[in-house]
Design a protein around this ligand. Structure first.
Ligand SMILES: *[C@@H]1O[C@H](CO)[C@@H](O)[C@H](O)[C@H]1NC(C)=O
Ligand SMILES: *[C@@H]1O[C@H](CO)[C@@H](O)[C@H](O)[C@H]1NC(C)=O
Ligand SMILES: *[C@@H]1O[C@H](CO)[C@@H](O)[C@H](O)[C@H]1NC(C)=O
Ligand SMILES: *[C@@H]1O[C@H](CO)[C@@H](O)[C@H](O)[C@H]1NC(C)=O
Ligand SMILES: *[C@@H]1O[C@H](CO)[C@@H](O)[C@H](O)[C@H]1NC(C)=O
Ligand SMILES: *[C@@H]1O[C@H](CO)[C@@H](O)[C@H](O)[C@H]1NC(C)=O
Length: 683
C-alpha cells in the first residue's frame, strides 16, 4: 500500500485537438429542433485529453466539446488506436465524455432516435470528431513525462438551478435534508504539473447544462463550458489564440440531468410570469415557457455562466494542495441494461427494454418541444397514441414495466428499423487515480441520482481502505448515450427527465448495483482489470440523408471571396465591424485547425493575426440570403468583430478563407477575400 501522505509520481500527458464539425447544413445536437441548423461558427470545438499512467496501467480521459460521448465515436476511435498502439488502448481505459453543448453539429450517434432531426448519421461530423480524438490521444503518448496531480474542490454559487424542482422534492425527506441545495454546487478539480512543478493541465467537473445558447442559435459554440475553456487556456498563455497555447484546460460535465444554467428560471414569454408548475406551461402550452438569464441575451448569459466557472476553477487551481496518491486502475464493462436488479435484501426487480414517455416530447424549459406535449404527463394524449401505435404499440409487459410512465415511443420493442432506436448495451466504467474516483456514466444523471451513485462508489472504496479520504465524481455523458437517469422517486413525477429515463423506474438502482460491482472489483486488484463484453457496432449499417454540397457560385460579374458589404473607414472600441463576402459552402473546407476568418493588425509595417474564428469576439455567419440562393449555389459569409475596449488603436483588416466547389468538375478550390483596411481609433 503506497504512502498516502506523499504524492505518487505518475506519468502524465495532456493534449488538445480541433474537432469542429460542419459549419453548414447540419442540425445541431441537443434540442432536437429541426430548424436549428448550423450556419457558421462562434467558437471551435476541441477534444482535450488527460493521460495518466502508473506501472503498466494507463487511463485516458478525453473531454469533448460536443453534446455527449457516443459509442459510435468511441468504437471508431478504438479501431484506430488499437491498430497503431497495440495493446495500449481498449474500451476499458479510454473514456470519451461530452460537455453537453447544444450548439454543435449532430449525426455522430448510431441510434435512430438521435438521428431523426439530423437526417441520419453525418459522416463529416463523425469524421472530424474521430480524427481529432485520435490526434489528441496519439500525439502525447510519446510525450508522457513524470508529473504530479493535485486535487481541490469548492462551492460555486449563482451558476446553476434545478429545472425540475417538482421532481426533486419527491425524493425522501431524510435524504434531501442532507443537502443545502437542490443542485450540486461543488466543482471538483484536478491540476496536472510536470516534474518541475509547472502547470500543464486542468480538468474540473461541475454539473450544469450547456444550454446558455438557446435553440434559435445556429452558430457552432462550446456554450458556457467551451467559453470557460478558452478563458482558462488564454489566462495560462496570455496572448495565445484559441487552440494555440500549450496549457490544456477542460470543463467536464457531471450529474447535470436536471440542472439548468438559465438562472432567471422559467417565465412565460408573453406575460413575463413564472411558469414553475409541474407541467411547465403557459396557457396550457409548453412553447412559451422558457428559462433564460442571467444575461440580457443568450450570448451574455453564456459569457456570465462561463466566466463564473472559469473564476472558480482558477481559484481552485491556484490553491490546490492535496496530491493524488495511489494506483491507477480502470475497470469497464458493457452491460445489457434490460436486466435484473436487486432492490434490497428481500426484493428484486427488473429494468425494462427502452421506451420514452410522453413528457419526453414536451422538451424542457431550456428548449421546449414542438408539439402538444406537457411535462408531468402520466396519462398520455389520444392522437399521439394513434401515431405511436402506427410505429409500434407497446406490449402490456412493456407498459407494466415502465409504469407510471405512459409510453410514447417503444424504442426497445419492435422498433429496429432500419437499426435500433436506442441502446440496450451501454458502457459502464470507473477510473481510479489514487484516491480520486471517476464514475463515467452513459447518460445524464439528475442531481440526486448522481449523489447516490458517487456515494455508493465511495462507500465501497472507503470500506476497503478506511484510512484513505476518497473523492468520488460522476463524469456525465460518457462513452455511450442512453438519455436520462432519474431517481425512482423523481421517475414517478414523470417530468422530462423521468420520461426520458429509458430503462424504467429501476434504472438508477441498476446502475448503482453495477458501479458497486465495478468498485468491488478494483478494490481487490491493483492492475488493469477489464471485463469483456460486447458492444453493438452499427457503423456499416448507418444511413445518411444529408445531401452533399452541389456547387458554389456568385451572381454574374463577381467572384467567390468578393466583398459585398465592406467595413467602414474607422471605428472605435465597443463598435461592431461587419463585412459580407460571397462565399463557398463551409462544408467544402477541412475544418481541422483551419480558420474561416482572421482579424489582422498592422504592426511596424507587417500584418499580424490578432483574432481567428474561434475567438469570442468574432462571429462567422454563413447563409443564403439571395433569392433562389439554394438552387443557384450563391451564399454569403458575414464576419462580425466586436471590438473589445482593450483593442489597441491602429490599422486593421478582416480576411475570409474558405473553399468552393465548381459546378461542372466538382473540384474543391481554396479562396480568400479581404475587407478594406480600416482604423480603430482611441476612445
Ligand atoms: C503534445 O505532444 C506534442 C508532440 O510531442 C508536443 O509538441 C506538445 O507540446 C504536447 N502538448 C502538450 C500540451 O504538452
Ligand atoms: C493547430 O493550430 C494551433 C494554433 O495555431 C497550433 O499551435 C497547432 O500546432 C496546430 N496543430 C496541428 C496538429 O496542426
Ligand atoms: C433565445 O434567446 C434570444 C436572446 O438571445 C431571445 O430573443 C429568444 O427569444 C430566445 N428564444 C428561445 C426559444 O429561447
Ligand atoms: C424491499 O423493497 C420492497 C419493494 O420496494 C419493499 O416493499 C420492502 O419493504 C423492502 N424491504 C426491505 C427489507 O427494505
Ligand atoms: C473482476 O473482474 C474479473 C473479470 O471479469 C473477474 O475475473 C474477477 O473475478 C472480478 N473480481 C472481483 C473481485 O470481482
Ligand atoms: C458604418 O457605416 C454605416 C453607413 O454609413 C453606418 O450606418 C454604421 O452605423 C457604421 N457602423 C459603425 C459601427 O460605425
Amino acid at each position: 500500500i503506497p504512502d498516502r501522505n506523499s504524492p505518487s509520481k505518475y506519468m502524465v500527458g495532456v493534449g488538445r485537438a480541433d474537432i469542429t464539425g460542419p459549419a453548414a447544413d447540419v442540425n445541431m445536437m441537443g434540442y432536437a429542433n429541426p430548424n436549428q441548423i448550423s450556419g457558421g461558427l462562434h467558437m471551435r470545438q476541441y477534444s482535450r485529453a488527460f493521460l495518466v499512467q502508473q506501472g503498466g496501467t494507463r487511463v485516458l480521459f478525453v473531454n469533448i466539446d460536443a453534446c455527449m460521448g457516443s459509442l459510435l465515436v468511441k468504437l471508431e476511435v478504438l479501431k484506430v488506436l488499437k491498430q497503431r498502439y497495440r495493446g495500449m488502448y481498449n474500451a476499458g481505459n479510454v473514456c470519451i465524455s461530452g460537455t453537453h453543448t447544444h450548439s454543435a453539429p449532430a449525426g455522430f450517434l448510431q441510434d435512430v432516435l438521435f438521428q431523426i432531426t439530423s437526417m441520419g448519421y453525418v459522416d463529416e461530423t463523425l469524421h472530424a470528431m474521430v480524427e481529432g480524438i485520435v490526434e489528441v490521444s496519439l500525439y502525447n503518448t510519446t510525450s508522457l513525462a513524470p508529473g504530479l496531480i493535485m486535487m481541490n474542490k469548492g462551492e460555486l454559487l449563482d451558476t446553476n438551478i434545478n429545472r425540475s424542482p417538482l421532481a426533486y422534492v419527491n425524493n425522501p425527506t431524510h435524504e434531501k435534508a442532507r443537502y443545502k441545495y437542490d443542485v450540486d454546487k461543488q466543482m471538483t478539480l484536478l491540476k496536472f504539473v510536470d516534474q518541475h512543478g509547472n502547470g500543464i493541465g486542468m480538468i474540473n467537473w461541475f454539473p450544469v447544462h450547456c444550454t446558455s445558447m438557446n435553440n434559435t442559435n445556429t452558430l457552432i459554440s462550446g456554450d458556457n463550458k467551451g467559453y470557460a475553456e478558452l478563458l482558462f487556456e488564454e489566462a495560462m498563455h496570455p496572448g495565445s489564440l484559441p487552440g494555440g497555447g500549450r496549457f490544456v484546460a477542460a470543463f467536464a460535465q457531471s450529474n447535470e440531468g436536471d440542472v439548468s444554467p438559465n438562472t432567471r428560471g422559467p417565465h412565460c414569454t408573453d406575460t413575463g410570469l413564472p411558469c414553475g408548475n409541474v407541467e411547465s406551461t403557459c396557457d396550457g402550452k409548453v412553447q412559451n415557457c422558457i428559462a433564460s438569464g442571467p444575461g440580457k441575451d443568450m450570448f451574455e448569459s453564456t459569457k456570465i455562466i462561463g466566466t463564473n466557472q472559469f473564476n472558480k476553477a482558477m481559484e481552485l487551481y491556484d490553491s490546490a494542495q492535496v496530491f493524488l496518491s495511489g494506483p491507477v486502475v480502470p475497470v469497464h464493462q458493457y452491460i445489457d441494461m434490460t436486466n435484473t436488479v436487486r432492490v434490497n435484501s428481500t426484493h428484486s426487480a427488473t429494468t425494462c427494454k427502452p421506451a420514452m414517455g410522453f413528457s419526453f416530447a414536451a422538451g424542457t424549459t431550456d428548449g421546449p418541444g414542438a408539439f402538444d406535449f406537457k411535462q408531468g404527463d402520466k396519462s398520455g394524449n389520444g392522437f399521439w397514441k394513434v401515431v405511436r401505435n402506427f410505429l409500434h404499440a407497446p406490449s402490456q409487459e412493456l407498459k407494466d414495466c415502465h409504469a407510471p410512465k405512459p409510453i410514447l415511443l417503444a424504442t426497445g420493442e419492435g422498433m429496429n428499423y432500419p437499426y435500433p432506436w436506442q441502446p440496450e448495451v451501454v458502457d459502464t466504467q470507473l477510473f481510479r487515480i489514487g484516491q480520486f474516483l471517476i464514475s463515467a456514466v452513459p447518460g445524464e444523471f439528475t442531481t440526486m441520482a448522481g449523489r447516490r451513485l458517487a456515494g455508493a462508489v465511495k462507500q465501497v472504496f472507503s470500506a476497503a481502505e478506511p484510512d484513505v479520504e476518497f473523492e468520488s465524481v460522476v463524469a456525465g455523458l460518457s462513452n455511450t448515450y442512453s438519455d436520462y437517469i432519474a431517481t425512482f422517486e423523481e421517475y414517478h413525477v414523470q417530468r422530462y427527465e423521468g420520461a426520458s429515463t429509458i430503462y424504467g423506474p429501476q434504472t438508477l438502482s441498476a446502475y448503482i448495483q453495477q458501479y458497486k460491482r465495478l468498485a468491488h472489483n478494483i478494490t481487490k486488484v491493483s492492475y488493469m482489470c477489464l471485463y469483456v463484453g460486447e458492444a453493438h457496432d452499427m457503423k456499416s449499417k448507418l444511413m445518411s440523408f444529408v445531401l452533399p454540397v452541389i456547387f458554389d457560385t456568385t451572381p454574374f460579374g463577381y467572384s467567390i471571396g468578393d466583398v459585398i458589404v465592406d467595413a467602414n473607414d474607422s471605428y472605435t472600441q465597443g463598435d461592431t465591424v461587419s463585412v459580407q463576402f460571397y462565399s463557398g459552402n463551409p462544408r467544402n473546407s477541412p475544418t481541422f485547425n483551419m480558420t474561416f476568418l482572421e482579424v489582422q493588425r498592422e504592426v511596424d509595417g507587417r500584418w499580424e493575426v490578432v483574432l481567428t474564428d474561434g475567438c469570442w469576439d468574432t462571429k462567422f455567419i454563413w447563409g443564403r440570403s439571395s433569392f433562389m440562393g439554394n438552387v443557384r449555389g450563391i451564399s454569403e459569409a458575414t464576419i462580425e468583430w466586436d471590438i473589445s475596449p482593450t483593442t489597441p488603436p491602429g490599422n486593421y483588416q478582416i480576411h475570409h478563407y474558405g473553399h468552393y466547389k465548381t459546378a461542372f468538375t466538382h473540384k474543391i478550390h481554396p479562396y480568400h477575400g479581404r475587407s478594406r483596411i480600416f482604423q480603430v481609433g482611441p476612445l
